[in-house]
Write a protein that binds this ligand. Structure first.
Ligand SMILES: [Zn+2]
Length: 256
């Protein structure tokens, strides 16, 4: 069974309202939340109630690159990747930060995350994956907890991802393959197949075509990464057009 997961919950109330609506209608199967974002108490309560009623998943969207307040100084994703590749990240600081985000998730929702994925796929970067696997290994989340494996796996899937999202898909897939062993060594569940690499800054028509094709061609057991949201929101992430978030929302509302 496919599992459609909306990333970036907490980015802004307008994007969040779109995701909640898709959860309510059963158009998506879960959402990954930023624990340092400003999510209102009423939205949190709504999510907790919906999860209890509909059994959808709420995951931790591990964030090491966005800054939601002036107290954090997270680097850009390219800087983080370089630091991780060249071994310039402090392991104790990383482990502490990962634990803090798990704790903060529990403080917000009152339950442990059903799964974890990383904003901009930071969770499968070298060193970060190793520290994350170690932290998860010490936590007792049960066997239903899983970590997202962002790799299209099949050659056909990899080629398609490369054509629709460029080098990003190849780089992320390569790191995912290289760091998977850290999770396997600790018996942490990962999805077998994945879909969702797209150019999030593409032309609207091209994006719509690629998004629809990605959804209909995803393997039957895939975890599918999506980013629905509102075009009316003023909260914009670099390299990710809000117009494309609203296209995703529209297509997803008619997909299932
Ligand atoms: Zn994200």
């Amino acid at each position: 069974m496919q599992t459609i997961i909306a990333d970036d919950f907490g980015l802004c109330p307008m994007h969040d309202a779109v995701i909640l609506k898709l959860l309510e209608s059963g158009s998506i199967d879960g959402t990954s939340a930023f624990v340092d974002a400003k999510i209102s108490k009423s939205t949190l309560n709504h999510m907790v109630n919906l999860r209890a009623e509909r059994l959808y998943k709420v995951g931790l969207h591990l964030n090491l690159t966005e800054n939601f307040n002036s107290q954090t100084n997270n680097p850009s994703v390219s800087k983080l990747l370089l630091k991780s590749v060249f071994g310039q990240l402090s392991r104790p600081s990383l482990a502490k930060e990962i634990r803090r985000q798990f704790d903060q998730f529990h403080n917000l929702f009152g339950f442990h995350p059903d799964y974890l994925d990383g904003h901009q796929h930071c969770h499968i970067f070298p060193i970060i994956a190793q520290e994350l696997a170690q932290v998860v290994g010490t936590l007792d989340f049960g066997h239903s907890f899983w970590v997202r494996y962002p790799d299209e796996v099949s050659t056909k899937g990899v080629v398609k991802s490369y054509l629709t999202s460029g080098l990003k898909a190849l780089i992320v897939s390569r790191f995912a393959q290289r760091t998977r062993m850290h999770f396997e060594n600790r018996d942490i569940t990962m999805n077998k197949t994945f879909a969702g690499f797209l150019n999030l800054n593409a032309d609207k028509d091209v994006f719509t075509k690629n998004f629809m094709s990605m959804l209909s061609n995803a393997p039957a057991d895939a975890v599918i990464m999506v980013h629905p949201g509102s075009d009316d929101s003023k909260v914009l992430m670099r390299g990710h057009k809000n117009a494309l978030r609203s296209i995703e929302a529209l297509v997803l509302s008619k997909h299932k």
